[in-house]
Write a protein that binds this ligand. Structure first.
Ligand SMILES: Cc1ncc(COP(=O)(O)O)c(C=O)c1O
Length: 444
Protein backbone atom coordinates (compact mmCIF):
# COMPACT_ATOMS: atom_id res chain seq x y z
CA UNK A 1 0.00 0.00 0.00
CA UNK A 2 2.83 2.41 1.07
CA UNK A 3 4.68 1.48 -2.12
CA UNK A 4 1.67 2.30 -4.26
CA UNK A 5 1.28 5.67 -2.51
CA UNK A 6 4.93 6.61 -3.04
CA UNK A 7 4.84 5.72 -6.75
CA UNK A 8 1.62 7.79 -7.07
CA UNK A 9 3.46 10.74 -5.48
CA UNK A 10 6.34 10.31 -7.97
CA UNK A 11 3.94 10.27 -10.94
CA UNK A 12 2.15 13.37 -9.61
CA UNK A 13 5.42 15.25 -9.12
CA UNK A 14 6.56 14.23 -12.60
CA UNK A 15 3.34 15.41 -14.22
CA UNK A 16 3.52 18.75 -12.36
CA UNK A 17 7.06 19.17 -13.63
CA UNK A 18 6.02 18.38 -17.19
CA UNK A 19 3.17 20.89 -16.91
CA UNK A 20 5.55 23.51 -15.60
CA UNK A 21 7.87 22.92 -18.54
CA UNK A 22 5.07 22.94 -21.10
CA UNK A 23 3.46 26.18 -19.85
CA UNK A 24 5.56 29.28 -20.37
CA UNK A 25 4.26 32.58 -19.04
CA UNK A 26 0.87 30.95 -18.61
CA UNK A 27 0.73 29.97 -22.30
CA UNK A 28 0.49 26.33 -23.23
CA UNK A 29 2.80 25.17 -25.96
CA UNK A 30 0.71 24.52 -29.05
CA UNK A 31 0.29 21.04 -30.50
CA UNK A 32 -2.49 20.31 -33.00
CA UNK A 33 -3.20 23.97 -33.78
CA UNK A 34 0.39 24.75 -34.83
CA UNK A 35 -0.04 23.60 -38.39
CA UNK A 36 -3.22 25.59 -38.93
CA UNK A 37 -1.59 28.67 -37.43
CA UNK A 38 1.44 28.25 -39.69
CA UNK A 39 -0.76 27.87 -42.77
CA UNK A 40 -2.74 30.98 -41.84
CA UNK A 41 0.40 33.05 -41.27
CA UNK A 42 2.07 31.85 -44.47
CA UNK A 43 -0.90 33.03 -46.53
CA UNK A 44 -1.17 36.29 -44.57
CA UNK A 45 2.52 37.00 -45.27
CA UNK A 46 1.89 37.19 -49.04
CA UNK A 47 1.80 40.95 -49.50
CA UNK A 48 0.29 41.19 -53.02
CA UNK A 49 2.07 44.58 -53.22
CA UNK A 50 -0.56 46.08 -50.91
CA UNK A 51 -3.10 45.94 -53.77
CA UNK A 52 -4.65 42.55 -53.18
CA UNK A 53 -4.97 39.66 -50.79
CA UNK A 54 -4.21 35.95 -50.73
CA UNK A 55 -6.66 33.78 -48.85
CA UNK A 56 -6.52 30.32 -47.31
CA UNK A 57 -9.44 29.24 -49.47
CA UNK A 58 -8.27 31.06 -52.60
CA UNK A 59 -6.90 29.55 -55.78
CA UNK A 60 -3.47 27.94 -55.58
CA UNK A 61 -0.65 27.87 -58.12
CA UNK A 62 0.96 24.49 -58.89
CA UNK A 63 -1.08 23.04 -56.02
CA UNK A 64 0.91 24.93 -53.38
CA UNK A 65 1.28 28.71 -53.55
CA UNK A 66 -1.89 30.73 -52.93
CA UNK A 67 -2.66 33.20 -55.70
CA UNK A 68 -3.09 36.93 -55.05
CA UNK A 69 -6.63 38.24 -55.61
CA UNK A 70 -6.00 41.79 -56.85
CA UNK A 71 -8.06 44.89 -56.08
CA UNK A 72 -9.93 46.33 -59.06
CA UNK A 73 -7.55 48.11 -61.48
CA UNK A 74 -4.51 46.11 -60.31
CA UNK A 75 -3.10 42.99 -61.97
CA UNK A 76 -0.10 40.72 -62.38
CA UNK A 77 0.91 37.79 -60.17
CA UNK A 78 1.64 40.10 -57.22
CA UNK A 79 -0.95 42.82 -58.06
CA UNK A 80 1.81 45.40 -58.65
CA UNK A 81 0.58 46.36 -62.13
CA UNK A 82 -1.77 49.35 -62.29
CA UNK A 83 -4.23 48.97 -65.16
CA UNK A 84 -4.23 52.57 -66.34
CA UNK A 85 -7.34 52.44 -68.46
CA UNK A 86 -9.51 50.87 -65.85
CA UNK A 87 -12.78 52.26 -64.43
CA UNK A 88 -13.12 53.15 -60.74
CA UNK A 89 -15.26 50.61 -58.90
CA UNK A 90 -17.72 52.58 -56.78
CA UNK A 91 -20.54 50.12 -57.25
CA UNK A 92 -21.02 47.55 -54.54
CA UNK A 93 -21.09 48.13 -50.79
CA UNK A 94 -18.23 45.75 -49.92
CA UNK A 95 -16.98 47.28 -46.67
CA UNK A 96 -13.24 46.91 -47.31
CA UNK A 97 -12.61 50.28 -45.64
CA UNK A 98 -12.31 48.37 -42.36
CA UNK A 99 -9.80 45.82 -43.67
CA UNK A 100 -6.74 47.81 -42.44
CA UNK A 101 -8.32 47.98 -38.97
CA UNK A 102 -8.50 44.20 -38.75
CA UNK A 103 -5.04 43.72 -40.24
CA UNK A 104 -3.64 45.92 -37.48
CA UNK A 105 -5.40 43.62 -35.02
CA UNK A 106 -4.46 40.31 -36.59
CA UNK A 107 -3.62 38.59 -33.30
CA UNK A 108 -6.69 39.77 -31.43
CA UNK A 109 -9.19 38.98 -34.14
CA UNK A 110 -7.98 35.58 -35.40
CA UNK A 111 -9.89 32.43 -34.57
CA UNK A 112 -8.82 28.85 -35.01
CA UNK A 113 -11.65 26.38 -35.44
CA UNK A 114 -11.10 22.80 -34.29
CA UNK A 115 -12.29 20.02 -36.58
CA UNK A 116 -14.88 19.04 -33.98
CA UNK A 117 -16.20 22.53 -33.20
CA UNK A 118 -19.98 22.40 -32.54
CA UNK A 119 -20.86 19.59 -34.90
CA UNK A 120 -24.44 19.31 -33.68
CA UNK A 121 -27.52 21.11 -34.97
CA UNK A 122 -28.16 23.05 -31.79
CA UNK A 123 -26.65 24.47 -28.62
CA UNK A 124 -27.15 22.52 -25.37
CA UNK A 125 -30.23 24.61 -24.53
CA UNK A 126 -31.80 23.43 -27.80
CA UNK A 127 -31.51 26.83 -29.47
CA UNK A 128 -29.66 27.87 -32.61
CA UNK A 129 -28.29 30.97 -30.95
CA UNK A 130 -25.08 31.38 -28.96
CA UNK A 131 -26.06 33.02 -25.68
CA UNK A 132 -22.54 34.51 -25.44
CA UNK A 133 -23.02 36.18 -28.80
CA UNK A 134 -26.49 37.38 -27.84
CA UNK A 135 -25.00 38.94 -24.69
CA UNK A 136 -22.25 40.64 -26.74
CA UNK A 137 -24.88 42.11 -29.07
CA UNK A 138 -26.79 43.57 -26.11
CA UNK A 139 -23.48 44.95 -24.81
CA UNK A 140 -22.40 46.54 -28.08
CA UNK A 141 -25.74 48.39 -28.39
CA UNK A 142 -25.47 49.49 -24.75
CA UNK A 143 -21.94 50.90 -25.12
CA UNK A 144 -22.68 52.63 -28.43
CA UNK A 145 -26.08 53.80 -27.24
CA UNK A 146 -27.60 53.33 -30.71
CA UNK A 147 -30.49 51.04 -29.78
CA UNK A 148 -32.52 50.07 -26.75
CA UNK A 149 -32.37 46.28 -26.49
CA UNK A 150 -33.26 45.73 -22.84
CA UNK A 151 -36.27 43.46 -22.49
CA UNK A 152 -36.31 42.83 -26.25
CA UNK A 153 -35.72 39.66 -28.25
CA UNK A 154 -32.75 39.06 -30.54
CA UNK A 155 -32.94 36.89 -33.68
CA UNK A 156 -29.94 35.93 -35.81
CA UNK A 157 -29.94 35.58 -39.59
CA UNK A 158 -27.65 34.94 -42.55
CA UNK A 159 -26.88 38.63 -42.92
CA UNK A 160 -29.62 41.20 -42.47
CA UNK A 161 -30.75 40.02 -45.92
CA UNK A 162 -32.37 36.94 -44.39
CA UNK A 163 -33.65 38.79 -41.33
CA UNK A 164 -35.41 41.36 -43.53
CA UNK A 165 -37.62 38.73 -45.14
CA UNK A 166 -38.20 36.97 -41.82
CA UNK A 167 -39.54 40.30 -40.56
CA UNK A 168 -41.84 40.79 -43.56
CA UNK A 169 -43.12 37.23 -43.15
CA UNK A 170 -43.75 37.66 -39.40
CA UNK A 171 -45.47 41.04 -39.68
CA UNK A 172 -47.62 39.86 -42.60
CA UNK A 173 -48.89 36.95 -40.48
CA UNK A 174 -49.78 39.31 -37.64
CA UNK A 175 -52.40 40.66 -40.00
CA UNK A 176 -55.75 38.87 -39.68
CA UNK A 177 -57.09 40.14 -42.97
CA UNK A 178 -57.51 37.73 -45.89
CA UNK A 179 -55.80 40.10 -48.33
CA UNK A 180 -52.01 40.24 -48.52
CA UNK A 181 -50.08 42.90 -46.64
CA UNK A 182 -48.73 45.77 -48.73
CA UNK A 183 -44.96 46.28 -48.49
CA UNK A 184 -43.59 49.77 -49.21
CA UNK A 185 -40.51 51.96 -48.80
CA UNK A 186 -39.68 55.63 -49.39
CA UNK A 187 -37.83 56.53 -52.59
CA UNK A 188 -34.86 56.34 -52.90
CA UNK A 189 -34.80 52.87 -51.30
CA UNK A 190 -32.48 49.88 -51.11
CA UNK A 191 -33.38 47.65 -54.03
CA UNK A 192 -33.45 44.36 -52.10
CA UNK A 193 -36.73 45.33 -50.39
CA UNK A 194 -38.45 45.07 -53.74
CA UNK A 195 -36.49 42.22 -55.33
CA UNK A 196 -36.60 39.95 -52.29
CA UNK A 197 -40.27 40.60 -51.48
CA UNK A 198 -41.20 39.87 -55.12
CA UNK A 199 -38.86 36.90 -55.38
CA UNK A 200 -40.68 34.93 -52.69
CA UNK A 201 -44.09 35.41 -54.38
CA UNK A 202 -45.87 35.00 -51.09
CA UNK A 203 -49.64 34.97 -50.73
CA UNK A 204 -49.21 36.91 -47.48
CA UNK A 205 -47.52 40.06 -48.78
CA UNK A 206 -46.72 41.99 -51.93
CA UNK A 207 -44.44 44.87 -52.81
CA UNK A 208 -46.23 48.02 -53.89
CA UNK A 209 -43.38 50.55 -54.12
CA UNK A 210 -43.43 54.09 -52.81
CA UNK A 211 -44.58 54.60 -49.20
CA UNK A 212 -45.57 58.23 -49.73
CA UNK A 213 -48.20 57.23 -52.30
CA UNK A 214 -50.17 55.56 -49.45
CA UNK A 215 -49.89 58.49 -47.05
CA UNK A 216 -53.37 59.87 -47.68
CA UNK A 217 -55.17 56.58 -48.29
CA UNK A 218 -57.24 55.57 -45.29
CA UNK A 219 -58.16 52.01 -46.35
CA UNK A 220 -54.80 50.72 -47.61
CA UNK A 221 -55.18 47.59 -45.47
CA UNK A 222 -52.22 46.23 -43.57
CA UNK A 223 -49.03 48.01 -44.65
CA UNK A 224 -45.46 47.03 -43.84
CA UNK A 225 -43.04 49.90 -44.35
CA UNK A 226 -39.29 49.49 -44.72
CA UNK A 227 -37.60 52.46 -43.06
CA UNK A 228 -33.87 52.72 -43.67
CA UNK A 229 -32.09 54.90 -41.20
CA UNK A 230 -29.48 56.03 -42.19
CA UNK A 231 -30.82 55.51 -45.66
CA UNK A 232 -29.05 53.66 -48.43
CA UNK A 233 -28.33 55.50 -50.77
CA UNK A 234 -28.55 59.06 -49.34
CA UNK A 235 -27.56 58.63 -45.66
CA UNK A 236 -30.68 60.39 -44.30
CA UNK A 237 -31.97 59.43 -40.86
CA UNK A 238 -35.40 58.46 -42.17
CA UNK A 239 -38.54 58.00 -40.11
CA UNK A 240 -41.68 56.05 -40.97
CA UNK A 241 -44.03 58.04 -43.18
CA UNK A 242 -47.02 55.79 -42.41
CA UNK A 243 -48.52 55.71 -38.95
CA UNK A 244 -51.61 54.14 -37.45
CA UNK A 245 -52.96 50.78 -36.30
CA UNK A 246 -52.65 49.16 -39.74
CA UNK A 247 -49.02 50.07 -40.32
CA UNK A 248 -45.92 48.28 -39.10
CA UNK A 249 -42.37 49.44 -39.70
CA UNK A 250 -39.20 47.44 -40.22
CA UNK A 251 -36.38 49.77 -39.24
CA UNK A 252 -33.32 48.75 -41.24
CA UNK A 253 -30.56 50.25 -39.11
CA UNK A 254 -27.56 48.48 -40.58
CA UNK A 255 -25.77 51.84 -41.00
CA UNK A 256 -26.73 53.21 -37.57
CA UNK A 257 -23.17 53.08 -36.24
CA UNK A 258 -20.74 55.92 -35.49
CA UNK A 259 -18.67 55.19 -38.63
CA UNK A 260 -21.47 56.51 -40.82
CA UNK A 261 -23.67 58.82 -38.81
CA UNK A 262 -24.13 60.81 -35.64
CA UNK A 263 -26.04 58.80 -33.05
CA UNK A 264 -28.50 61.43 -31.83
CA UNK A 265 -30.44 59.01 -29.64
CA UNK A 266 -30.85 55.32 -28.82
CA UNK A 267 -33.38 53.97 -31.32
CA UNK A 268 -36.31 52.27 -29.68
CA UNK A 269 -38.35 51.03 -32.64
CA UNK A 270 -40.43 47.86 -32.36
CA UNK A 271 -38.44 46.01 -35.02
CA UNK A 272 -34.87 46.98 -35.83
CA UNK A 273 -32.35 45.24 -38.03
CA UNK A 274 -28.55 45.33 -37.81
CA UNK A 275 -25.68 43.57 -39.50
CA UNK A 276 -22.09 42.58 -38.88
CA UNK A 277 -21.45 43.61 -42.51
CA UNK A 278 -21.60 47.32 -41.76
CA UNK A 279 -20.55 47.21 -38.10
CA UNK A 280 -17.26 45.31 -38.31
CA UNK A 281 -17.09 45.15 -42.13
CA UNK A 282 -17.43 41.36 -42.33
CA UNK A 283 -20.06 41.07 -45.04
CA UNK A 284 -18.66 37.66 -46.00
CA UNK A 285 -19.48 36.17 -42.59
CA UNK A 286 -23.17 36.63 -43.39
CA UNK A 287 -24.39 37.52 -39.96
CA UNK A 288 -27.17 39.94 -39.08
CA UNK A 289 -29.71 40.30 -36.30
CA UNK A 290 -33.07 41.76 -35.42
CA UNK A 291 -34.08 43.42 -32.17
CA UNK A 292 -37.78 42.75 -31.64
CA UNK A 293 -40.20 44.04 -29.03
CA UNK A 294 -43.28 41.95 -29.68
CA UNK A 295 -43.16 38.31 -28.55
CA UNK A 296 -45.43 36.93 -31.22
CA UNK A 297 -43.41 38.63 -34.00
CA UNK A 298 -40.29 37.18 -32.40
CA UNK A 299 -41.82 33.67 -32.37
CA UNK A 300 -42.77 33.90 -36.04
CA UNK A 301 -39.32 35.17 -37.03
CA UNK A 302 -37.68 32.38 -35.02
CA UNK A 303 -39.90 29.86 -36.79
CA UNK A 304 -38.84 31.34 -40.14
CA UNK A 305 -35.15 30.89 -39.27
CA UNK A 306 -35.76 27.41 -38.04
CA UNK A 307 -37.74 26.30 -41.10
CA UNK A 308 -35.47 27.97 -43.66
CA UNK A 309 -32.03 27.10 -42.34
CA UNK A 310 -32.06 25.63 -38.81
CA UNK A 311 -30.33 28.78 -37.64
CA UNK A 312 -27.05 30.40 -38.54
CA UNK A 313 -23.73 28.60 -39.04
CA UNK A 314 -22.10 28.03 -35.65
CA UNK A 315 -18.76 28.88 -37.28
CA UNK A 316 -20.11 32.28 -38.35
CA UNK A 317 -21.45 32.82 -34.82
CA UNK A 318 -18.03 32.00 -33.35
CA UNK A 319 -16.37 34.52 -35.65
CA UNK A 320 -18.97 37.18 -34.92
CA UNK A 321 -18.41 36.63 -31.19
CA UNK A 322 -14.66 37.09 -31.54
CA UNK A 323 -15.01 40.24 -33.63
CA UNK A 324 -17.61 41.83 -31.36
CA UNK A 325 -15.44 41.12 -28.34
CA UNK A 326 -12.53 42.96 -30.01
CA UNK A 327 -14.92 45.89 -30.64
CA UNK A 328 -16.03 45.78 -27.01
CA UNK A 329 -12.49 45.69 -25.58
CA UNK A 330 -12.23 49.46 -25.99
CA UNK A 331 -15.94 50.21 -25.70
CA UNK A 332 -15.95 50.51 -29.49
CA UNK A 333 -13.59 53.50 -29.33
CA UNK A 334 -10.88 52.05 -31.61
CA UNK A 335 -13.13 50.79 -34.41
CA UNK A 336 -15.50 53.76 -34.42
CA UNK A 337 -12.70 56.34 -34.37
CA UNK A 338 -10.98 54.49 -37.22
CA UNK A 339 -14.24 54.11 -39.16
CA UNK A 340 -15.37 57.69 -38.59
CA UNK A 341 -11.97 59.22 -39.47
CA UNK A 342 -11.74 57.16 -42.65
CA UNK A 343 -15.27 57.94 -43.83
CA UNK A 344 -15.12 61.62 -42.84
CA UNK A 345 -11.83 62.08 -44.76
CA UNK A 346 -13.28 60.37 -47.79
CA UNK A 347 -16.38 62.57 -47.69
CA UNK A 348 -14.26 65.73 -47.38
CA UNK A 349 -12.07 64.67 -50.31
CA UNK A 350 -15.09 63.87 -52.46
CA UNK A 351 -16.83 67.14 -51.56
CA UNK A 352 -13.68 69.15 -52.37
CA UNK A 353 -13.22 67.31 -55.67
CA UNK A 354 -16.77 67.93 -56.88
CA UNK A 355 -16.95 71.51 -55.59
CA UNK A 356 -14.65 72.61 -58.40
CA UNK A 357 -17.59 72.46 -60.80
CA UNK A 358 -21.35 72.91 -60.47
CA UNK A 359 -22.07 70.06 -62.83
CA UNK A 360 -22.57 67.59 -59.93
CA UNK A 361 -24.08 67.96 -56.50
CA UNK A 362 -24.11 65.76 -53.41
CA UNK A 363 -26.72 65.11 -50.74
CA UNK A 364 -26.61 67.62 -47.88
CA UNK A 365 -25.80 66.22 -44.47
CA UNK A 366 -25.43 68.67 -41.62
CA UNK A 367 -22.91 68.23 -38.78
CA UNK A 368 -24.81 66.82 -35.81
CA UNK A 369 -24.32 66.09 -32.11
CA UNK A 370 -23.37 62.47 -31.53
CA UNK A 371 -24.12 60.94 -28.13
CA UNK A 372 -21.41 58.31 -28.69
CA UNK A 373 -18.53 60.73 -29.42
CA UNK A 374 -20.16 63.38 -27.19
CA UNK A 375 -19.45 66.10 -29.69
CA UNK A 376 -20.75 67.56 -32.93
CA UNK A 377 -19.41 65.43 -35.72
CA UNK A 378 -18.97 65.98 -39.42
CA UNK A 379 -20.79 63.93 -42.10
CA UNK A 380 -19.27 60.55 -42.96
CA UNK A 381 -21.87 58.69 -45.05
CA UNK A 382 -21.36 55.26 -46.55
CA UNK A 383 -22.50 56.42 -50.00
CA UNK A 384 -22.51 59.56 -52.09
CA UNK A 385 -25.85 60.30 -53.77
CA UNK A 386 -24.65 62.29 -56.75
CA UNK A 387 -26.96 64.40 -58.89
CA UNK A 388 -26.08 65.45 -62.41
CA UNK A 389 -27.24 69.07 -62.46
CA UNK A 390 -27.01 69.95 -66.14
CA UNK A 391 -30.34 69.81 -67.94
CA UNK A 392 -28.90 67.63 -70.71
CA UNK A 393 -27.20 65.14 -68.29
CA UNK A 394 -30.36 63.09 -67.79
CA UNK A 395 -28.53 59.77 -67.58
CA UNK A 396 -26.01 60.41 -64.84
CA UNK A 397 -24.83 56.80 -64.73
CA UNK A 398 -23.79 57.06 -68.38
CA UNK A 399 -22.01 60.38 -67.86
CA UNK A 400 -19.95 58.89 -65.07
CA UNK A 401 -19.41 55.62 -66.89
CA UNK A 402 -17.94 57.50 -69.84
CA UNK A 403 -15.56 59.14 -67.38
CA UNK A 404 -14.59 55.66 -66.12
CA UNK A 405 -16.54 55.77 -62.89
CA UNK A 406 -18.86 52.84 -62.20
CA UNK A 407 -21.53 53.63 -59.65
CA UNK A 408 -25.16 52.56 -59.45
CA UNK A 409 -27.83 54.41 -61.39
CA UNK A 410 -30.75 56.15 -59.68
CA UNK A 411 -33.30 53.70 -61.11
CA UNK A 412 -31.75 50.94 -58.96
CA UNK A 413 -33.18 52.92 -56.02
CA UNK A 414 -36.48 53.70 -57.79
CA UNK A 415 -35.22 57.29 -58.26
CA UNK A 416 -34.51 59.45 -61.31
CA UNK A 417 -31.68 58.54 -63.69
CA UNK A 418 -30.25 61.94 -62.85
CA UNK A 419 -28.86 60.35 -59.68
CA UNK A 420 -26.02 57.88 -59.14
CA UNK A 421 -24.87 56.20 -55.94
CA UNK A 422 -21.12 56.01 -55.39
CA UNK A 423 -19.91 53.59 -52.76
CA UNK A 424 -17.40 55.13 -50.36
CA UNK A 425 -16.90 52.08 -48.15
CA UNK A 426 -14.73 50.06 -50.48
CA UNK A 427 -10.91 49.79 -50.33
CA UNK A 428 -8.55 52.77 -50.23
CA UNK A 429 -7.40 51.77 -53.74
CA UNK A 430 -10.97 51.98 -55.05
CA UNK A 431 -11.52 55.32 -53.36
CA UNK A 432 -8.24 56.80 -54.63
CA UNK A 433 -9.02 55.76 -58.21
CA UNK A 434 -12.52 57.20 -57.85
CA UNK A 435 -11.07 60.57 -56.80
CA UNK A 436 -8.57 60.47 -59.69
CA UNK A 437 -11.33 59.85 -62.24
CA UNK A 438 -13.66 62.48 -60.78
CA UNK A 439 -10.85 65.05 -60.64
CA UNK A 440 -10.26 64.47 -64.33
CA UNK A 441 -13.99 64.68 -65.12
CA UNK A 442 -14.62 67.98 -63.33
CA UNK A 443 -11.49 69.48 -64.92
CA UNK A 444 -12.95 68.78 -68.34
C1 LIG B 1 -29.81 49.13 -46.20
C2 LIG B 1 -29.23 47.76 -46.25
N1 LIG B 1 -29.87 46.77 -45.62
C3 LIG B 1 -29.41 45.51 -45.66
C4 LIG B 1 -28.26 45.19 -46.36
C5 LIG B 1 -27.83 43.76 -46.42
O1 LIG B 1 -26.69 43.52 -45.67
P1 LIG B 1 -26.26 42.10 -45.13
O2 LIG B 1 -27.16 41.06 -45.68
O3 LIG B 1 -24.85 41.94 -45.54
O4 LIG B 1 -26.39 42.19 -43.65
C6 LIG B 1 -27.55 46.19 -47.02
C7 LIG B 1 -26.33 45.88 -47.78
O5 LIG B 1 -25.69 46.66 -48.39
C8 LIG B 1 -28.06 47.51 -46.97
O6 LIG B 1 -27.44 48.51 -47.62
Amino acid sequence: MAKAQSSYAVILAFSLLVNLLVYTDGERELSWSKRAAQEAEQVAAISCSGHGRAYLDGLVLYGIKPVCECNPCYGGPDCSMFLTDCAANAGSGDPYFLEPFWMQRAAKSAILVAGWHRMGYSFPDGSYISTQLEASIHKVHAVVGNAVTKGKYIIFGAGSTQVLNAAVHALALENNSSSPATVVASIPYYRLYKTQTEFFRSVDYQFEGDATSLQNISDAGHVIEFVTSPNNPDGKLNKAVLQGPNSSAIYDRVYYWPHFTAIPTAANDDLMIFSLSKLTGHAGTRFGWAVVKNESVYQRMTEYMSESSSGISRDAQLRALKLLNVVLETGGREIFEFGYDTMKNRWEKLTNTLSVSNRFSLQKIEPQYCTYFQKIREPSPAYAWVKCEREEDKDCYKILEEAKVNGRGGSVYAAEERYVRLSLIRSQDDFDILIQRLTQLVKE
